[in-house]
Design a binder for this molecule. Structure first.
Ligand code: T3D
Length: 264
């Protein structure tokens, strides 16, 4: 499989749909898939035609984290430097998703394990099929939750639930994940794709600058004081208020019609 085949991409109606595509390995990450995903998220940064991203998986799984076939100790040689692989492969992707000032919708179509679960949690709005589950599989192989897992689980769930999930590697079903606020919602399996596409299309038709600034401010809120956040809101609103989309939104309201945002 060539690099580009490991992540399928399609751009339509402003939505860049990215499909992790190593279904026989439950879309676990090898180096090719890392590089392909990173390339596509960079494209989302650079291409003004992309106004939202939809991330999903091919086949019955979303993503099973690291391809453990590439870490087989039976092949001999020195232990791998996993700090290096995180820094080289996982961390840049996590940062790109979080720093992308466009909405990223994640449609978790099946099991999300290890870094696969935590990449989903880094996305902005996560929908999951009711049959999907999230597994902090790391404890089963002697690792710690990476790809931002210790950060996102703790922030979203608090220590008690974060620790229990991480220390036991117990699967968390999609409906429970939604109940706990870890994802936006769990939907019927056969509705996942259409719901996620409808959501992504509506975000792509939204005021892209305002949505991007909103994403950034919410992400920064957790580490800011209220005073600092009020300053950031002032500055961001100043920018948003100068956008063509703001003028269009207010005009459309006054003319009692639907706004047509151009992402400008
Ligand atoms: O290494 C670094 O760079 C550090 C970074 C680490 C990040 C990480 O993500 S570490 C965590 C790695 N992931 C795991 O430990 C999860 C391993 N997989 C599983 O525990 C199970 O497969 C699942 C719970 C996810 C699903 O179970 P199930 O019963 O639905 O499916 P299965 O039969 O186990 O898997 C189906 C196939 O996918 C199977 O291949 P086969 O036997 O049909 O040829 C299985 O080997 C393959 N597969 C699943 N996960 C992985 C995988 N192959 C390679 N790597 C995987 N992670």
């Amino acid at each position: 499989m060539s690099r580009s085949e490991t992540v399928l991409s399609a751009l339509a109606e402003g939505v860049l749909t990215l499909t992790l595509n190593r279904p026989d390995k439950l879309n676990s990450f090898n180096e090719e898939m890392h590089l392909a995903l990173r390339e596509q998220i960079r494209r989302a940064h650079d291409d003004a035609a992309v106004r939202a991203v939809l991330l999903t998986g091919a086949g019955r799984g979303f993503c099973a984290g690291q391809d453990l076939g590439d870490r087989d100790p039976r092949k001999g040689g020195p232990a791998p430097d996993l700090g290096h692989t995180l820094e080289t492969f996982y961390n840049p992707t996590l940062r790109l998703i979080r720093n992308l000032e466009k909405p990223v919708v994640c449609a978790v179509n099946g099991v999300a394990a290890g870094a696969g679960a935590n990449i989903a949690f880094a996305c902005d709005i996560v929908l999951a099929a009711k049959s999907a589950k999230f597994i902090q599989a790391f404890a089963k192989i002697g690792l710690i939750p990476d790809a931002g897992g210790t950060w996102s689980l703790t922030r979203i769930l608090g220590e008690p639930r974060a620790k229990a999930l991480a220390l036991t590697a117990e699967p968390l079903l999609a409906e429970k994940a939604a109940e706990w606020g870890l994802i936006w919602k769990a939907v019927e399996d056969d509705m996942l794709r259409s719901e996620a596409e409808t959501l992504a299309r509506s975000l792509a038709a939204g005021p892209t600058l305002g949505l991007g600034l909103t994403k950034r401010l919410i992400q920064e809120a957790a580490t800011n004081t209220l005073d600092r956040q009020l300053d950031l809101e002032r500055d961001a609103q100043q920018r948003a208020g100068r956008s063509a989309d703001y003028a269009e939104g207010v005009t459309a309201f006054l003319e009692k019609r639907k706004a047509v945002f151009r992402g400008e």
